[in-house]
Design a protein around this ligand. Structure first.
Ligand SMILES: [Fe+2]
Length: 173
């Protein structure tokens, strides 16, 4: 799947748009909406990967990883909805197809046949990459004065840093 630069994302614009009067200019809102689209795509694909490992985990970590992944994909499902709705509140269309997600996401697809430890390491790496994207998004939102997105990014960082710590603890000896 061919990847695209975030700045190349084209939001569908066929419907009649009502101008926003929220104190954030269109250019800034579009920049944040593109970042959030990428966060949305990564979060969705991380949720799918987490679910996949939940189903297929085996080995000594079975019970712990099976339960932790359930908590994590359940939390992600709720969070993804909030991110998509934030894109809408900024005045843009939220992406929601696998072809677009694949183009704008940096999440590597889950591999089959991994051991419990390999699954933990892969999930950890995916959470850590998303953490970097969340920080970048937070900074861009801060630059344009979008406190609501800043606040949302702080909340997402809190969850993903905790998830990363838990997954890291499965691997550390
Ligand atoms: Fe289950």
């Amino acid at each position: 799947m061919e990847k695209v630069e975030l700045k190349e994302i084209q939001f569908p614009n066929s419907h009649r748009k009502i101008e926003l009067h929220t104190g954030l200019d269109e250019e800034g809102r579009e920049k944040v909406a593109k970042q959030l689209s990428s966060v949305l795509a990564d979060s969705y694909l991380l949720m799918l990967k987490t679910h996949y490992y939940h189903w297929n985990v085996r080995g000594t970590l079975f019970k712990s990883l099976h339960d932790l992944t359930e908590e994590q994909y359940t939390e992600l499902f709720e969070a993804i909805d909030d991110v998509a709705e934030r894109i809408r509140a900024l005045g843009f269309e939220a992406p929601g197809t696998f072809s677009v997600f694949n183009k704008i996401s940096s999440v590597k697809e889950a591999k089959g046949g991994l051991s419990d430890l390999e699954m933990s390491a892969d999930l950890l790496e995916t959470h850590e990459n998303l953490i970097l994207k969340l920080r970048e998004t937070l900074n861009i939102a801060d630059e344009i004065g979008d406190e609501v997105t800043v606040d949302m990014m702080v909340a997402r960082l809190t969850v993903h840093e905790k998830s990363a710590w838990m997954l890291r603890s499965f691997i550390e000896r």
